[in-house]
Design a protein around this ligand. Structure first.
Ligand SMILES: Cc1cc2nc3c(=O)[nH]c(=O)nc-3n(C[C@H](O)[C@H](O)[C@H](O)COP(=O)(O)OP(=O)(O)OC[C@H]3O[C@@H](n4cnc5c(N)ncnc54)[C@H](O)[C@@H]3O)c2cc1C
Length: 311
Protein backbone atom coordinates (compact mmCIF):
# COMPACT_ATOMS: atom_id res chain seq x y z
CA UNK A 1 0.00 0.00 0.00
CA UNK A 2 1.44 3.36 -0.94
CA UNK A 3 0.74 6.44 1.10
CA UNK A 4 1.03 10.05 0.04
CA UNK A 5 1.55 12.92 2.44
CA UNK A 6 0.59 16.43 1.35
CA UNK A 7 1.82 19.43 3.33
CA UNK A 8 -0.82 22.18 3.23
CA UNK A 9 0.16 25.76 2.52
CA UNK A 10 -1.75 28.63 4.06
CA UNK A 11 -1.35 32.35 4.31
CA UNK A 12 -3.06 34.79 6.65
CA UNK A 13 -5.67 32.24 7.65
CA UNK A 14 -6.51 30.99 4.15
CA UNK A 15 -5.56 27.68 2.59
CA UNK A 16 -3.65 28.36 -0.61
CA UNK A 17 -5.00 26.88 -3.85
CA UNK A 18 -1.84 24.88 -4.39
CA UNK A 19 -2.85 22.68 -1.44
CA UNK A 20 -6.01 21.52 -3.24
CA UNK A 21 -3.98 20.95 -6.40
CA UNK A 22 -1.56 18.76 -4.45
CA UNK A 23 -4.50 16.73 -3.17
CA UNK A 24 -5.62 16.08 -6.77
CA UNK A 25 -2.15 14.91 -7.71
CA UNK A 26 -1.90 12.80 -4.54
CA UNK A 27 -5.06 10.90 -5.42
CA UNK A 28 -3.47 9.67 -8.64
CA UNK A 29 -0.39 8.40 -6.83
CA UNK A 30 -1.35 6.68 -3.64
CA UNK A 31 -3.88 4.46 -1.96
CA UNK A 32 -4.08 6.73 1.05
CA UNK A 33 -3.82 10.49 1.11
CA UNK A 34 -2.88 12.33 4.29
CA UNK A 35 -2.82 16.12 4.51
CA UNK A 36 -0.73 17.76 7.21
CA UNK A 37 -1.76 21.20 8.39
CA UNK A 38 0.93 23.03 10.36
CA UNK A 39 -0.19 26.14 12.24
CA UNK A 40 -1.48 27.70 15.44
CA UNK A 41 -5.07 26.70 14.71
CA UNK A 42 -4.99 23.90 12.12
CA UNK A 43 -8.68 23.10 12.62
CA UNK A 44 -9.62 26.50 11.17
CA UNK A 45 -8.05 25.59 7.83
CA UNK A 46 -10.33 23.43 5.70
CA UNK A 47 -8.50 20.79 3.69
CA UNK A 48 -11.19 18.12 3.98
CA UNK A 49 -11.73 17.49 0.29
CA UNK A 50 -12.94 14.32 -1.39
CA UNK A 51 -10.16 11.77 -1.57
CA UNK A 52 -8.39 12.84 1.62
CA UNK A 53 -8.24 9.94 4.07
CA UNK A 54 -6.61 11.64 7.00
CA UNK A 55 -5.84 15.16 8.16
CA UNK A 56 -3.00 15.57 10.65
CA UNK A 57 -3.04 18.72 12.72
CA UNK A 58 0.42 19.84 13.75
CA UNK A 59 0.01 22.61 16.29
CA UNK A 60 2.88 25.08 16.45
CA UNK A 61 3.37 28.52 17.99
CA UNK A 62 3.98 30.25 14.67
CA UNK A 63 0.87 31.37 12.78
CA UNK A 64 2.64 31.93 9.47
CA UNK A 65 5.21 29.91 7.56
CA UNK A 66 8.69 29.73 9.02
CA UNK A 67 11.36 27.58 7.50
CA UNK A 68 12.72 25.84 10.59
CA UNK A 69 9.25 25.12 11.93
CA UNK A 70 8.12 23.42 8.72
CA UNK A 71 11.37 21.49 8.44
CA UNK A 72 11.02 20.24 12.00
CA UNK A 73 7.35 19.34 11.46
CA UNK A 74 7.99 17.53 8.19
CA UNK A 75 10.82 15.51 9.70
CA UNK A 76 8.52 14.47 12.55
CA UNK A 77 5.75 13.55 10.10
CA UNK A 78 8.16 11.48 8.02
CA UNK A 79 9.47 9.66 11.07
CA UNK A 80 6.00 8.86 12.34
CA UNK A 81 4.04 8.19 9.14
CA UNK A 82 6.77 6.96 6.80
CA UNK A 83 4.86 7.96 3.64
CA UNK A 84 6.06 6.59 0.31
CA UNK A 85 5.61 10.01 -1.32
CA UNK A 86 5.53 13.56 0.00
CA UNK A 87 4.00 16.32 -2.13
CA UNK A 88 4.69 20.00 -1.57
CA UNK A 89 4.05 23.00 -3.80
CA UNK A 90 6.89 24.33 -5.90
CA UNK A 91 6.57 27.58 -3.99
CA UNK A 92 8.86 30.01 -2.22
CA UNK A 93 7.92 28.40 1.10
CA UNK A 94 8.73 24.82 0.13
CA UNK A 95 11.90 25.76 -1.70
CA UNK A 96 13.22 27.03 1.61
CA UNK A 97 13.15 23.70 3.46
CA UNK A 98 12.19 20.76 1.22
CA UNK A 99 15.62 20.29 -0.33
CA UNK A 100 17.21 20.34 3.12
CA UNK A 101 14.84 17.65 4.41
CA UNK A 102 15.41 15.46 1.35
CA UNK A 103 19.18 15.79 1.59
CA UNK A 104 19.24 15.18 5.33
CA UNK A 105 17.07 12.07 5.18
CA UNK A 106 18.34 10.76 1.84
CA UNK A 107 14.96 10.95 0.09
CA UNK A 108 14.37 10.98 -3.64
CA UNK A 109 13.80 14.58 -4.70
CA UNK A 110 12.36 16.46 -7.66
CA UNK A 111 11.36 20.11 -7.95
CA UNK A 112 9.31 22.10 -10.47
CA UNK A 113 7.51 18.88 -11.38
CA UNK A 114 4.60 19.34 -13.79
CA UNK A 115 3.60 15.72 -14.44
CA UNK A 116 3.78 12.68 -12.25
CA UNK A 117 2.67 9.08 -12.69
CA UNK A 118 3.13 5.62 -11.30
CA UNK A 119 4.97 3.07 -13.39
CA UNK A 120 4.41 -0.15 -11.51
CA UNK A 121 5.85 0.57 -8.09
CA UNK A 122 8.09 3.35 -9.36
CA UNK A 123 7.18 7.01 -9.56
CA UNK A 124 8.01 8.97 -12.68
CA UNK A 125 8.10 12.75 -12.34
CA UNK A 126 8.55 15.12 -15.27
CA UNK A 127 10.24 18.45 -14.78
CA UNK A 128 11.62 21.27 -16.90
CA UNK A 129 15.19 22.45 -17.24
CA UNK A 130 16.84 25.47 -18.88
CA UNK A 131 13.78 27.72 -18.88
CA UNK A 132 11.61 24.89 -20.24
CA UNK A 133 13.90 24.24 -23.21
CA UNK A 134 14.31 20.67 -22.02
CA UNK A 135 12.07 18.29 -20.11
CA UNK A 136 13.34 15.30 -18.19
CA UNK A 137 11.69 12.29 -16.62
CA UNK A 138 12.98 11.36 -13.19
CA UNK A 139 12.31 7.78 -12.22
CA UNK A 140 12.21 6.90 -8.55
CA UNK A 141 12.30 3.16 -7.90
CA UNK A 142 10.10 1.79 -5.14
CA UNK A 143 11.54 1.33 -1.69
CA UNK A 144 12.75 4.83 -1.01
CA UNK A 145 10.55 7.75 -0.01
CA UNK A 146 10.27 10.51 -2.58
CA UNK A 147 9.69 14.21 -1.98
CA UNK A 148 8.32 16.17 -4.93
CA UNK A 149 7.60 19.87 -5.35
CA UNK A 150 4.74 20.23 -7.82
CA UNK A 151 4.35 23.30 -9.98
CA UNK A 152 1.20 25.26 -9.06
CA UNK A 153 -1.77 25.60 -11.46
CA UNK A 154 -1.07 22.33 -13.32
CA UNK A 155 -3.44 20.02 -11.42
CA UNK A 156 -7.10 20.95 -10.95
CA UNK A 157 -7.94 21.87 -7.36
CA UNK A 158 -9.59 18.99 -5.52
CA UNK A 159 -13.28 19.72 -5.03
CA UNK A 160 -16.10 18.18 -3.02
CA UNK A 161 -16.32 17.67 0.71
CA UNK A 162 -14.31 14.78 2.10
CA UNK A 163 -14.76 12.50 5.05
CA UNK A 164 -11.23 12.41 6.39
CA UNK A 165 -10.40 11.39 9.92
CA UNK A 166 -8.58 14.04 11.92
CA UNK A 167 -5.59 13.26 14.11
CA UNK A 168 -2.98 15.32 15.92
CA UNK A 169 0.77 15.12 15.88
CA UNK A 170 2.42 16.54 18.99
CA UNK A 171 5.55 18.48 18.22
CA UNK A 172 8.22 19.81 20.55
CA UNK A 173 8.41 23.61 20.19
CA UNK A 174 11.13 24.61 17.81
CA UNK A 175 13.37 27.65 18.00
CA UNK A 176 13.17 29.25 14.60
CA UNK A 177 16.23 31.05 13.29
CA UNK A 178 14.07 33.36 11.22
CA UNK A 179 10.90 35.02 12.42
CA UNK A 180 7.89 36.15 10.43
CA UNK A 181 7.39 39.83 11.29
CA UNK A 182 4.61 41.22 9.11
CA UNK A 183 3.07 41.24 5.67
CA UNK A 184 3.52 44.29 3.50
CA UNK A 185 1.59 45.03 0.35
CA UNK A 186 3.84 45.15 -2.69
CA UNK A 187 3.95 48.63 -4.16
CA UNK A 188 1.25 48.88 -6.79
CA UNK A 189 2.89 49.25 -10.15
CA UNK A 190 1.52 51.71 -12.65
CA UNK A 191 2.38 49.45 -15.52
CA UNK A 192 1.24 46.05 -16.71
CA UNK A 193 3.69 44.83 -19.32
CA UNK A 194 1.70 41.64 -19.83
CA UNK A 195 -1.14 43.48 -21.60
CA UNK A 196 0.93 45.89 -23.72
CA UNK A 197 0.83 45.40 -27.50
CA UNK A 198 4.23 46.97 -28.08
CA UNK A 199 7.14 46.47 -25.70
CA UNK A 200 10.46 48.23 -26.02
CA UNK A 201 12.74 46.14 -23.87
CA UNK A 202 16.22 47.11 -22.72
CA UNK A 203 19.01 45.00 -21.31
CA UNK A 204 22.47 45.29 -19.85
CA UNK A 205 23.72 46.50 -23.23
CA UNK A 206 22.47 50.01 -22.39
CA UNK A 207 25.44 50.25 -20.05
CA UNK A 208 24.55 53.00 -17.60
CA UNK A 209 21.55 53.94 -15.52
CA UNK A 210 21.53 57.43 -17.03
CA UNK A 211 20.82 55.91 -20.44
CA UNK A 212 17.41 54.68 -19.29
CA UNK A 213 15.89 58.14 -19.77
CA UNK A 214 16.53 58.12 -23.51
CA UNK A 215 14.77 54.75 -23.85
CA UNK A 216 11.84 55.97 -21.75
CA UNK A 217 11.53 58.89 -24.17
CA UNK A 218 11.88 56.65 -27.19
CA UNK A 219 9.23 54.28 -25.85
CA UNK A 220 6.86 57.16 -25.32
CA UNK A 221 7.46 58.47 -28.84
CA UNK A 222 6.87 55.03 -30.33
CA UNK A 223 3.79 54.38 -28.24
CA UNK A 224 5.56 51.44 -26.60
CA UNK A 225 5.75 50.29 -22.99
CA UNK A 226 9.22 50.00 -21.51
CA UNK A 227 10.26 46.54 -20.32
CA UNK A 228 13.63 45.30 -19.09
CA UNK A 229 15.81 42.24 -18.62
CA UNK A 230 16.73 41.11 -15.14
CA UNK A 231 20.12 42.82 -14.71
CA UNK A 232 18.35 46.18 -14.98
CA UNK A 233 16.08 45.21 -12.09
CA UNK A 234 18.92 43.64 -10.09
CA UNK A 235 20.83 46.92 -10.40
CA UNK A 236 17.81 48.70 -8.92
CA UNK A 237 17.34 50.83 -12.03
CA UNK A 238 13.76 49.75 -12.73
CA UNK A 239 11.05 48.00 -10.66
CA UNK A 240 10.57 44.27 -11.13
CA UNK A 241 7.05 44.85 -12.49
CA UNK A 242 8.84 45.62 -15.76
CA UNK A 243 11.02 42.51 -15.85
CA UNK A 244 10.45 39.99 -18.62
CA UNK A 245 11.46 36.37 -18.14
CA UNK A 246 11.39 33.28 -16.05
CA UNK A 247 11.51 35.14 -12.76
CA UNK A 248 9.65 38.13 -14.18
CA UNK A 249 6.58 38.43 -16.38
CA UNK A 250 5.61 36.35 -19.38
CA UNK A 251 4.62 38.62 -22.24
CA UNK A 252 3.19 38.11 -25.69
CA UNK A 253 2.95 41.54 -27.33
CA UNK A 254 2.38 42.16 -31.02
CA UNK A 255 5.88 43.67 -31.16
CA UNK A 256 8.84 43.01 -28.86
CA UNK A 257 11.72 45.35 -29.65
CA UNK A 258 14.84 44.33 -27.72
CA UNK A 259 17.86 46.59 -27.27
CA UNK A 260 21.05 45.13 -25.82
CA UNK A 261 19.54 41.87 -24.62
CA UNK A 262 21.61 38.74 -25.22
CA UNK A 263 18.73 36.24 -25.20
CA UNK A 264 19.50 34.08 -22.16
CA UNK A 265 17.08 31.15 -21.80
CA UNK A 266 15.56 32.72 -18.70
CA UNK A 267 14.75 35.86 -20.69
CA UNK A 268 13.48 33.97 -23.72
CA UNK A 269 11.16 31.95 -21.47
CA UNK A 270 9.18 35.13 -20.91
CA UNK A 271 8.97 36.55 -24.44
CA UNK A 272 9.73 34.01 -27.15
CA UNK A 273 6.09 33.65 -28.16
CA UNK A 274 5.76 37.38 -28.95
CA UNK A 275 4.18 37.89 -32.38
CA UNK A 276 7.05 39.87 -33.86
CA UNK A 277 10.46 40.05 -32.23
CA UNK A 278 12.97 42.65 -33.34
CA UNK A 279 16.44 42.56 -31.81
CA UNK A 280 19.24 45.09 -31.82
CA UNK A 281 22.59 43.78 -30.65
CA UNK A 282 26.19 44.39 -31.72
CA UNK A 283 27.04 40.71 -31.29
CA UNK A 284 25.93 38.73 -34.35
CA UNK A 285 26.13 35.52 -32.29
CA UNK A 286 23.71 36.76 -29.61
CA UNK A 287 21.06 34.11 -28.89
CA UNK A 288 18.27 36.67 -29.17
CA UNK A 289 18.74 36.47 -32.95
CA UNK A 290 17.67 32.80 -32.82
CA UNK A 291 14.14 33.87 -31.91
CA UNK A 292 14.05 37.29 -33.60
CA UNK A 293 11.98 37.76 -36.76
CA UNK A 294 14.02 40.87 -37.61
CA UNK A 295 17.43 41.81 -36.31
CA UNK A 296 19.99 44.57 -36.57
CA UNK A 297 23.62 43.84 -35.77
CA UNK A 298 24.42 47.37 -34.73
CA UNK A 299 25.21 49.69 -31.89
CA UNK A 300 21.96 50.10 -29.99
CA UNK A 301 22.52 53.82 -29.40
CA UNK A 302 22.87 54.45 -33.15
CA UNK A 303 19.61 52.61 -33.82
CA UNK A 304 17.82 54.36 -30.97
CA UNK A 305 18.95 57.79 -32.24
CA UNK A 306 17.81 57.03 -35.79
CA UNK A 307 14.47 55.75 -34.58
CA UNK A 308 13.94 58.84 -32.44
CA UNK A 309 14.50 61.02 -35.55
CA UNK A 310 11.86 59.34 -37.68
CA UNK A 311 8.98 59.24 -35.21
C1 LIG B 1 17.02 31.40 -11.87
C2 LIG B 1 17.28 32.53 -12.84
C3 LIG B 1 16.21 33.29 -13.24
C4 LIG B 1 16.41 34.33 -14.15
N1 LIG B 1 15.34 35.06 -14.56
C5 LIG B 1 15.52 36.00 -15.49
C6 LIG B 1 14.42 36.74 -15.99
O1 LIG B 1 13.28 36.58 -15.57
N2 LIG B 1 14.66 37.68 -16.94
C7 LIG B 1 15.90 37.93 -17.45
O2 LIG B 1 16.05 38.80 -18.32
N3 LIG B 1 16.97 37.25 -16.97
C8 LIG B 1 16.81 36.32 -16.00
N4 LIG B 1 17.89 35.67 -15.52
C9 LIG B 1 19.24 36.14 -15.91
C10 LIG B 1 19.69 35.61 -17.26
O3 LIG B 1 20.37 34.38 -17.10
C11 LIG B 1 20.65 36.60 -17.94
O4 LIG B 1 21.74 36.84 -17.07
C12 LIG B 1 20.00 37.92 -18.29
O5 LIG B 1 18.82 37.70 -19.04
C13 LIG B 1 20.97 38.73 -19.13
O6 LIG B 1 20.41 39.98 -19.35
P1 LIG B 1 20.85 40.83 -20.59
O7 LIG B 1 20.58 40.10 -21.87
O8 LIG B 1 20.24 42.19 -20.43
O9 LIG B 1 22.42 41.01 -20.36
P2 LIG B 1 23.65 40.34 -21.08
O10 LIG B 1 23.52 38.87 -21.15
O11 LIG B 1 24.88 40.90 -20.43
O12 LIG B 1 23.57 40.88 -22.57
C14 LIG B 1 23.80 42.19 -22.93
C15 LIG B 1 23.78 42.22 -24.44
O13 LIG B 1 23.93 43.56 -24.90
C16 LIG B 1 24.75 43.55 -26.04
N5 LIG B 1 25.36 44.88 -26.14
C17 LIG B 1 26.25 45.45 -25.31
N6 LIG B 1 26.53 46.69 -25.71
C18 LIG B 1 25.81 46.91 -26.84
C19 LIG B 1 25.68 48.02 -27.72
N7 LIG B 1 26.33 49.17 -27.53
N8 LIG B 1 24.85 47.89 -28.79
C20 LIG B 1 24.16 46.72 -29.02
N9 LIG B 1 24.24 45.65 -28.19
C21 LIG B 1 25.06 45.75 -27.13
C22 LIG B 1 25.76 42.44 -25.82
O14 LIG B 1 26.26 41.96 -27.04
C23 LIG B 1 24.92 41.40 -25.07
O15 LIG B 1 24.37 40.45 -25.97
C24 LIG B 1 17.71 34.63 -14.63
C25 LIG B 1 18.79 33.84 -14.21
C26 LIG B 1 18.57 32.81 -13.32
C27 LIG B 1 19.74 31.98 -12.89
Amino acid sequence: MSSVLVVAEHLQGNVRDVTYELISAARTLGDTVTVAVIGTDPASLDVNRAGVDEIVHVRVEQAEFENDVYQHALEALLAERQPATVLLGFTVNSMGYAGAVAAKLGLGFGSDVFAVARDGDAIVATRAFYGSKAHAELEFPAGKAVLLLLRPTIWPPAAGAGSATVTELALEPVASRARHEEFREAAKSDVDITTADFLLSIGRGIGEQENIAMFEELAEKLGATLAVSRPIVDAGWMPNARQVGQSGKTVKPKVYLAFGISGAVQHLAGMKTSETIIAVNNDPEAAIFDVAHYGAVADLFDVAEELAKIV
